[in-house]
Design a protein around this ligand. Sequence first.
Ligand code: ADP
Length: 455
Amino acid sequence: MSIKWRLTALFIGMTGLSLLLFWVGESVRLAAGEQQINVGVVVLALCLPAGVVYLYVSQLSRRMEILHFATQRIARGDFGHIYLSDSTDELGQFTEELNSLSRHVERIVQNGTQEAHKMEAILAGMQEGVVAVDHMGQVVLVNAAAEKIFERRGTDVEFRYLLGLICNLELEQIVRNVLLGKNHGTFETHIAQKTVQSQVSPILSEKGQPRGAVIVIHDVTELRRLEQMRTEFVANVSHELRTPLTSIKGFVETLLDGAADEPSVRDRFLKIIQAETLRLQRLIEDLLTLAHFEGRENRVEEESLNVSYVHKAYEKIRPVIQSYAESKKVKLEIALLEDLPQVSMGEDLLSQLLLNLLENAVKYTTEGRVWLNVLAGQKYIQLEFGDTGCGIPEEILPRIFERFYRVDKGRSREQGGTGLGLSIVKHMVEDTGGKISVASQLGVGTVFTCELPRA
Ligand code: ADP
């Protein structure tokens, strides 16, 4: 029954009860012949209905209080069920509706939280940095990749403003322009020693006004470095090819212009042309080998799974290296035990590695000593190539494995070097999971140490 009818019924009932009590009281008084009105009856006729009404209204107020606290609870995010003793009146119905509203809001909140978690997971897993700012330029979202790019990871400071986070005026100005509704797009800039490509897009309101901006940042440092390396490589290759070709062209033209008539000059020129042709051939072979290794990066090929013995690989190149050492009066000391375990490298590759390093050792040594020591460790076999040659200045040791890097360009070319030997060796070693290092002292000698995994 509704509260309205309950109160009406209560009112009628209590008025009736009051009148009845009064009437009974009056009838008793008249029958007893009393003159005075019985005060007790009057008080009872007034207090009893008043008490009943009081009880009903306080129960009503208690129930309303329960509802009041329940709505506060829902507002705080506690969506527990509301229990109300009587559910047949309007308050009961209101409680039902409040419960169903609370369940609905709970579902919306849960969905929202799930979406937020999903979004967080996506943003955290993204390689690209993402930063969102509001219309005032205040940072509202930064993902982990962005913090890493801006090197702000682990700092406790909360970045309220974009400039504090990115420390880059140029990008900050671009974002400001976007917030003012001006041009947006992709921009490249340098931040914290990195080259970054930032795409700034506005977040538009329903009326099409910018109410924030999203910046997606790609770290393109490595890409640009590789592009730079490729450009340098092409320039180096062109230079390396052009030098012998110019020389060959010059000598051929001189021969055609009449120098061929003089036998001694002709022979000398032809020998130079032959040497330059051989150099070109070596260069092209080295370039092909390098391309072969670089093309195989990240792929495990059967070849690299091959195994071989160091002494067998050395046997293949022994005549070449011995005659080269003899021609340069260099003493060759090769200590190889036959019971050395196998290494995880094909025999041809291992021979090429030994030849490259021993040839270099002899090449850069004059009348000294060149040695190869081999030690078997638990996991690796260590090959030590030493010489008492010219040595390498300490400051350029880290660059020695770069392509086309030579300490003394003229001298290396003179000796027929291409500047690619060590980078090929490094590829060979690292492809099998091994390591190569170098130690050198100018004028004393050089030691290259290769650790190759045991088969
Ligand atoms: P190159 O064909 O010029 O020898 P490498 O890549 O084999 O090219 O070697 C790169 C440079 O490293 C050489 O030009 C030389 O200056 C230096 N180098 C290599 N091995 C030695 C060594 N054993 N002693 C001194 N310098 C060396």
